[in-house]
Design a protein around this ligand. Structure first.
Ligand SMILES: [Zn+2]
Length: 77
C-alpha cells in the first residue's frame, strides 16, 4: 500500500536517477519521505487517524467549556 500513489492508487515506481517514486498512472513523483507524509495527510483527511485528532480536539473544547463554565459559577458566588 505504501508504494501506491496516494492520488490515484496507481503503482509507484522508484526512479534511482532522480531518487523519486513516480506514479505509473498519473505521473506524480515524490521522494519516499514525501510519499509517507502524503499518505499520512490522505489518511487524516479520510478520518482514520483524523478521528482521534478530532476526538482530542473536542475533548479539549469540552474541558474549556467546563472550565469557563465553572469559572463563571465561581464569579457568581
Ligand atoms: Zn497517481
Amino acid at each position: 500500500m505504501a508504494n501506491n500513489c496516494p492520488e490515484c492508487a496507481g503503482k509507484m515506481k522508484y526512479q534511482p536517477d532522480i531518487k523519486h517514486l513516480v506514479c505509473q498512472s498519473c505521473g506524480l513523483s515524490l521522494t519516499r519521505g514525501e510519499l509517507e507524509v502524503y499518505w499520512q495527510k490522505v489518511r487524516n483527511e479520510r478520518g482514520a487517524e483524523g478521528d482521534a485528532v478530532d476526538r482530542a480536539k473536542s475533548r479539549r473544547k469540552e474541558w474549556l467549556d467546563w472550565y469557563s463554565q465553572s469559572k463563571k459559577e465561581k464569579e457568581n458566588y
